[in-house]
Design a protein. Structure first.
Length: 100
C-alpha cells in the first residue's frame, strides 16, 4: 500500500502578511471514507477572525467589526511508494506510456 503525505502551504504567509492582528486561525480539513474503504481528503481551509473597518454612509464615521475570513490552503500530495491506482487506471496509464 502507498502512504501519502499532505503538505499544506500558505498558512504562515496569510497569517503573517494579510491578517497579522488576528488570533490563531481555525483549520478545517474534511476527511471522508468512501464505499471502497479509501480515505479522501477535502480542501483545507483556515478561518481567521479579522478586524474590518466599516464606514457608515449616514454618519460618515468608521467603526471596527470582527469578521470571519476563510482562506483555502494549497495542498500538495507526496506519495511514499507507488501511487494508488485502480486496475482501469493502470491499464490507461500503460496505454498512454506505450503511445509515447
Amino acid at each position: 500500500r502507498a502512504t501519502e503525505e499532505h503538505l499544506m502551504k500558505g498558512l504562515y504567509k496569510v497569517y503573517q502578511y494579510k491578517y497579522p492582528d488576528s488570533p490563531a486561525p481555525n483549520i478545517t480539513l474534511p476527511i471522508q471514507l468512501d464505499a471502497n474503504g479509501v480515505v479522501v481528503f477535502g480542501k483545507a481551509q483556515a478561518t481567521f477572525q479579522a478586524i474590518e473597518r466599516v464606514e457608515d454612509a449616514r454618519t460618515q464615521m468608521t467603526s471596527q467589526k470582527m469578521v470571519s475570513k476563510k482562506v483555502s490552503l494549497d495542498d500538495t500530495v507526496v506519495y511514499k511508494g507507488a501511487a494508488p491506482m485502480t486496475r482501469l487506471q493502470r491499464l490507461d496509464a500503460r496505454k498512454q506510456f506505450k503511445e509515447l
